[in-house]
Ligand binder design. Structure first.
Ligand SMILES: Cc1cc2nc3c(=O)[nH]c(=O)nc-3n(C[C@H](O)[C@H](O)[C@H](O)COP(=O)(O)OP(=O)(O)OC[C@H]3O[C@@H](n4cnc5c(N)ncnc54)[C@H](O)[C@@H]3O)c2cc1C
Length: 467
């Protein structure tokens, strides 16, 4: 990938931007120096916080005219510097642009500004008896940041990435100004900004598709000892029309402590879980025995009933508690892969065996429809696909961080060789040039073409994905 020279923001340029009416903070709040991962730090020249979508477009146009670098930021939930502007560049914080519009003409979609969170999207949709067609598992993410990343959740087994289902976008690019684009209109821009981490343009609005939600959701969790059994269960359940949500996970049960010469630390036994969700009328709950009957024998460990919106909010109280306890500050290594099932069967148990205990004991491993990814996302090669997320929720002690990053490197090497690709929201290594090559994979030419059309000066960049 080519590296374009870009200038840097100085006092005069920032004054020029302020003169257009865009709010530029005095000094840089420390919150903008790092992200959710807490592993990288970078201090931007300044932080602009537009109050309107028009102001955000103005800031981009100003930067494009002056040849100055900038980086969009939602809530900075990515974990490897993807939303961090390098020194001399401007951070464009889009989180204030959080309006959501309900349309009487189109109740099956919401128009969302980029900083709207999924928490607000789910709440707004619930008021009209609907849920997003695909929502991420954790809702405290922005709509713009999630579409820019790709976005996967518990209905991705059927509908794929959030970036693949959005109906229309409002996009501003350094080369082309601002306008609406979609599957039938300005398709090139529409494709260029989905799943490409803000490198080709800003997403300033999105039509987020909804579906009608039935009165209740019944969720059941089945545990398997063998990963192959869990995969078979997930594939069979994913084919059923009544299953509306499907997620998997791997979970470790502590079994003791190592004592062999040279060995130390805890031992654990990994199991593989599958959670299904079926929505139904209150008086017609699903028959779980019939549903689970033909699957590889596993243990039914929990059954819960509530609403689909309630299910989608399930992680929010957990993270609020961690935040309140102060357990989130510090490094949180994270890695995400899109994997063919063969790679999971062959490599995952062995990789988990060596996972540092500080990385945690519960990791999502959920099916994703590989035919419905963002257009420029390099998909896994092989049968089926799932998203594996290995992340710690709480901060890792400083002395364990290197061990965790080494495990990520090892997993990267083995899983990518087996047909996997990165979902690059986590740690991407210390070398931004190499990271970009790793992210674009077989789509390198298409990324390069999109970049040269929409951001030929290479202004939109982060410390994670330079070049
Ligand atoms: C606890 C936790 C749980 C998560 N769960 C999920 C999950 O279930 N599913 C999932 O897909 N992801 C998940 N993620 C990852 C998350 O999707 C990514 O971090 C994503 O980046 C959204 O976060 P954000 O809105 O804070 O965006 P940021 O991290 O701020 O930005 C992400 C990237 O998009 C760019 N960007 C941001 N806004 C825009 C915009 N409007 N236009 C163009 N580019 C933009 C940024 O420059 C950056 O490269 C999770 C993250 C955390 C911390």
């Amino acid at each position: 990938m080519s590296v374009c020279a870009a200038g840097s923001w100085g006092v005069a340029e920032l004054a020029g931007l302020r003169a257009t009416g865009v709010e530029v903070a005095d000094g840089v709040d420390p919150a903008y120096v790092t992200d959710f991962g807490g592993l990288r730090e970078a201090s931007p020249a300044a932080v602009a916080r537009p109050r309107t979508v028009a102001e955000a477009a103005t800031a981009l146009a100003f930067a494009a005219d002056a040849g100055l670098p900038l980086c969009a930021r939602g809530l900075g939930r990515s974990a490897g510097g993807q939303s961090l502007a390098a020194s001399g560049a401007l951070t464009l914080d889009l989180s204030r642009l959080d309006a959501i519009a309900v349309s009487d003409d189109d109740p099956d979609a919401l128009w969302c500004e980029p900083g709207a969170t999924w928490t607000a999207v789910v709440a707004t949709a619930a008021r009209i008896g609907r849920v997003p067609l695909v929502a991420p598992n954790y809702l405290d993410l922005t709509v713009g940041g999630t579409i820019a990343a790709g976005g996967y959740g518990a209905s991705s087994f059927r509908h794929g990435a959030i970036a693949a289902v959005v109906g229309e976008l409002d996009v501003a690019t350094p080369a082309g100004g601002r306008g609406r684009c979609g599957p039938l209109h300005d398709r090139d821009r529409f494709d260029a900004v989905r799943g490409t981490f803000g490198r080709h343009g800003l997403i300033l609005g999105a039509r987020v598709p909804l579906r009608a939600a039935r009165e209740q959701l019944t969720s059941a969790v089945v545990l398997h000892d063998d990963v192959a059994d869990a995969i078979e269960a997930q594939c069979r359940l994913g084919d059923r029309e009544d299953v509306v949500l499907l997620e998997g996970f791997c979970t470790a049960t502590p079994t003791g402590f190592r004592f062999a010469p040279g060995a130390s630390g805890p031992t654990s036994c990994w199991r593989y879980g599958t959670r299904i969700g079926i929505d139904h009328d209150a008086d017609a709950p699903p028959r779980l025995d019939a549903l689970l009957g033909g699957l590889p024998a596993g243990r039914l460990v929990s059954v819960e009933r509530g609403t689909t919106s309630g299910f989608l909010r399930r992680l929010v109280p957990y993270y609020e508690l961690l935040e309140a306890r102060g357990e989130m500050a510090g490094p949180r290594p994270r890695v995400d892969f899109l994997l063919p099932w063969d790679a999971v069967r062959e490599l995952l148990p062995d990789l988990l065996e060596g996972l540092p205990p500080e990385m945690g004991t519960l990791h999502p491993l959920s099916p994703v429809d590989p035919a419905r990814l963002a257009p420029l996302t390099d998909g896994p090669s092989g049968e089926g696909a799932c998203e594996l997320v290995v992340m710690t929720s709480t901060a890792v002690p400083a002395d364990a961080t290197r061990r965790c990053l080494d495990w990520i490197e090892e997993a990267d090497r083995r899983l990518l060789a087996a047909g996997g690709v990165r979902y690059p929201v986590g740690w991407l290594g210390d070398e931004p040039e190499a990271a970009l090559d790793r992210v674009v994979g077989r789509r390198a030419e298409a990324w390069e073409t999109a970049r040269s059309r929409h951001d030929p000066q290479g202004l939109l960049r982060s410390v994670a994905l330079a070049g």
